[in-house]
Design a protein. Structure first.
Length: 562
């Protein structure tokens, strides 16, 4: 009886509240309409999308560059399973997959004619018809120096081969060594020859064999069989078993040489051209598993490294990089010339995209937080004799989930066919059939003046502070140490738990050891891959070093994970 009276009282109170609300709305018609909470989709798929969006927003709100990278790695203690992109392996027919995984449109780059005036310096840009003679004068002035640098590089390489302790390298390694010498000598020669007229070359930072790494997520890929079977075994996921998923990609490369500047190169595509929805629809879609082409997968932490550390470096925009094509020697000739050209395009696209993505990461952007301005770079692929020139413009980083279909922005890459710089070096050490057209294009890349300089707020809209702004020394040291440890990709001190073959046979497949105590991780329903980054034993602090009066407290060092 007491429960019935209580229910009746609640019903009466609820009706009075409703009547009061309706009466208030009638008496005050001029007031604003009441704000109701958003009606959310309670389905499993909608909740997962909401959780992902909240996590992406949390990454954007993290104040420093180092903590953003730590935040991205927080879900995985042992690292992510990623598709291994690198600069030394390009499978057959790799261009469609590369375009899909970088959202890139490929175009042809027009070669400079002897009468062109594209590479004139800003000091002489207003001299009208004199530009042609100035460019020809630059070509003539640098021609002899470049030829001398080529001859010196070949002579020096022959000297290295004659050393008594030198081993016999493979053809690929031999080409890498020779091209490294040629690129370094040409870079030194052109910086000296053009530095007086093009002042931006006096400010560039030169990186030799830098470390270029980038991490991103790609949507629109068919799920592998194990993912399909896993979803089909769960009632709330079996309807989505065949839907496309996101694949994580990790690029790792080491170019011969790269140049960086504190200003950006000017974009050659307008925002309207980069947001053309028709171009987005025309991009190739490679939905199959990348392993079907020959790419491999591995487990590692997400890293974004453009060749330098984020703190204390103002030259954080790429100007020019030189990539190797030595591994293309191993490509079967039966693939044909067309596939060789597509392989060069694929190498230029993924190396340029990865370098710009890593630079964007140091400015606060990442694969889950979109760019607010375009970024450009120039890429040269060479074996010393043949040179391919590419320009790349990065407009978008959102490639995951539904962005693969809904994102109107695309990235652009334009390049040339391989151009010979010279035919050969004769037995007497002289350069034969030197090509001025190739030299002119190389001069254009060096003479391309970076002119865009943004304020800190515009350049880094998602970066609130630097770790040097933290007053807590222990916090600064923890963030720096954790960030560099993740970037090093060293293995954990304890290996990942393993399921042995006898356990697979007797415990998982056939259940023949029912009386044995359940102690293994798979018997306790523990997935070691789901272990978060902060799930570990904290560092012990000796009693004599503990701060404060009560020495029994604070026995472990405090962590500062974002």
């Amino acid at each position: 009886m007491l429960k019935l009276n209580l229910v009746n009282q609640l019903r009466t109170t609820y009706k009075r509240c409703l009547a009061g609300q309706s009466l208030q709305v009638q008496l005050n018609p001029t007031e604003a309409e009441p704000a109701y909470p958003e009606i959310r989709d309670p389905s499993f798929k909608a909740r997962k999308q909401k959780d992902a969006a909240d996590w992406h927003e949390e990454i954007r709100q993290v104040p420093t560059v180092e903590e953003k990278m730590i935040k991205i790695n927080m879900p995985r203690y042992y690292g992510y399973k990623v598709v291994d992109f690198n600069d030394s392996k390009i499978p057959y027919n790799a261009l469609p997959l590369t375009q899909h995984y970088t959202r890139t449109v490929v175009e042809d780059l027009e070669l400079p004619s002897p009468s062109a005036s594209a590479s004139t310096s800003p000091e002489v840009a207003d001299q009208g018809d004199k530009n042609t003679s100035i460019e020809d004068a630059l070509v003539k002035a640098t021609r002899e120096d470049v030829i001398e640098a080529l001859e010196f590089a070949h002579d020096y390489y022959k000297h290295l081969e004659k050393l008594p302790n030198s081993t016999q390298p493979s053809d690929v390694e031999r080409e890498r060594i020779l091209t490294q010498i040629i690129v370094e000598q040409l870079n030194r020669t052109l910086l000296q020859a053009l530095g007086e007229e093009y002042k931006h070359l006096e400010e560039v930072e030169v990186d030799y064999n830098p470390r270029h790494e980038a991490f991103w997520a790609v949507g629109g890929v068919d799920p592998p069989k194990n993912v399909q079977n896993s979803k089909k075994g769960r009632e709330w996921q079996k309807d989505d078993a065949n839907e496309s998923i996101d694949r994580l990609v990790q690029y790792t490369g080491t170019p011969y040489l790269s140049l960086r500047h504190r200003k950006q190169l000017s974009p050659w595509k307008t925002p309207a051209e980069s947001e053309d929805l028709s171009l987005s629809k025309q991009l190739p879609r490679f939905k199959h598993d990348p392993r079907t082409l020959g790419y491999s997968t591995k487990h590692q932490h997400a890293t974004n490294v453009p060749g330098y550390w984020p703190k204390g470096n103002e030259h954080n925009f790429g100007l020019l990089s030189f990539q190797s094509r030595a591994h293309l020697q191993l490509r079967p000739k039966s693939y044909g010339e067309q596939d060789l050209q597509e392989a060069l395009h694929a190498l230029a696209i993924k190396s340029s995209y990865a370098w710009l993505l890593a630079q964007a990461n140091y400015n606060g952007f990442n694969t889950y937080n979109e760019l607010t301005y375009p970024m450009n770079t120039q890429t040269v692929i060479t074996n010393g004799r043949e040179w391919s020139f590419y320009e790349y413009q990065l407009n978008t980083l959102l490639l995951h989930g539904n962005h693969q279909e809904e994102n109107p922005r695309v990235n652009f890459c334009r390049g040339t066919k391989p151009l010979p710089l010279y035919a050969e070096i004769s037995s007497s050490g002289k350069c034969v059939d030197f090509n001025d057209t190739t030299l002119r294009q190389l001069l254009n890349f060096y003479a391309n003046v970076p002119s865009i300089q943004r304020s800190i707020g515009e350049q880094q809209p998602y970066v609130a502070s630097d770790i040097t702004a933290y007053e807590n020394t222990e916090q600064r040291d923890f963030i720096t140490k954790t960030f560099k440890h993740l970037a090093s990709n060293r293995p954990r001190h304890l290996e990942l738990p393993e399921i042995y073959l006898w356990e697979k046979l007797y415990k998982i497949d056939n259940k023949n050891r029912a009386m044995e105590a359940k102690r293994r991780f798979f018997e306790l329903d523990v997935n070691p891959w789901q272990r978060p980054l902060d799930q570990h034993d904290k560092e012990y602090v000796p009693r004599a070093l503990r701060p404060g009066v009560r020495k029994n407290q604070n026995r472990f060092k405090k962590t500062y994970y974002p």
